[in-house]
Design a binder for this molecule. Structure first.
Ligand SMILES: *Cc1c(COP(=O)(O)O)cnc(C)c1O
Length: 236
């Protein structure tokens, strides 16, 4: 049996220790609990333990769970197709996965029409893995320059998914590179851009990510158990 409450306690301790090692306070790090494939009852256990930020990587799954869990902030962390923007843009507190001009344009269009502004992160594929989404690092600054100041967008930082490796030390350079890119963007001082968040670090590598500067980590299996053993959530 997975003990969600114990898992959360342990994860929070590890986050706090990594924060201190990097000269920050535990409360400077936002934990986004990744709830993909996790049934609603188990998510409620985590919310009862005080978790306030939940992340889903599929639009349909997010929308199907949302009505059943109250008082939390939903993060969209997975790839977003342009034709799904309409369904989700105003249902989440932060979209972590903006990876093209076309997607940014669609979000901006929807938000502007409603007189709103959407908080977004730009997803960067630092390691250049073919299987992953995200901008190539060299495309980040040109894209930021292009979309900065668009009235429907608030660019709040950068996100990456590091390659899955046995020893998380191997991906420290990936995290350091994203942290450096964040500073480069910050130095441009563009309107509508504030690099508040660095969303990086998952179950296998979150401590290294925090040491490298992450202030938002997305953690699923360390909280809810391995997804291999979970029943697939049916979405309609
Ligand atoms: C699934 C997922 C996570 C969490 O993965 P764990 O290894 O279970 O912590 C984080 N970020 C993204 C984008 C994901 O899809």
């Amino acid at each position: 049996m997975v003990n969600v409450s114990e898992n959360i306690t342990r994860v929070l301790e590890r986050i706090a220790a990594a924060a201190r090692r990097s000269g920050r306070r535990p409360e400077d790090i936002t934990l986004v609990a990744v709830t993909k494939t996790v049934p609603v009852e188990r998510i409620r256990e985590a919310v009862a333990c005080g978790l306030k930020d939940l992340g889903e990587n599929r639009v349909q799954e997010l929308l199907s769970k949302q009505p059943h869990i109250e008082g939390v902030n939903w993060h969209l962390i997975g790839h977003l197709q342009r034709n799904k923007v309409r369904q989700v843009w105003d249902r989440v507190c932060l979209i972590h996965s903006v990876d093209s001009l076309e997607l940014a344009r669609e979000i901006n269009k929807r938000a502007t029409a409603a007189g709103r502004r959407v908080d977004i992160l730009l997803e960067v594929n630092i390691a250049g893995e073919e299987s992953k989404f995200g901008l190539v690092p060299d495309a980040v600054i040109p894209l930021v320059r292009e979309i900065a100041g668009w009235p429907g967008l608030h660019i709040c930082g950068l996100m990456t998914v590091a390659p899955l490796v046995a020893d998380p030390e191997e991906v420290r350079p990936v995290f350091l590179r994203l942290a450096a890119l964040r500073r480069e963007v910050e130095a441009l001082r563009l309107p509508g851009v504030d690099m508040a968040y660095l969303s990086m670090g998952m179950t296998n590598d979150f401590e290294v990510a925090i040491e490298a500067g992450a202030n938002m980590v997305r953690i699923g299996s360390a909280i809810f158990g391995s997804r291999d053993y979970q029943t697939k959530v049916e979405v309609h």
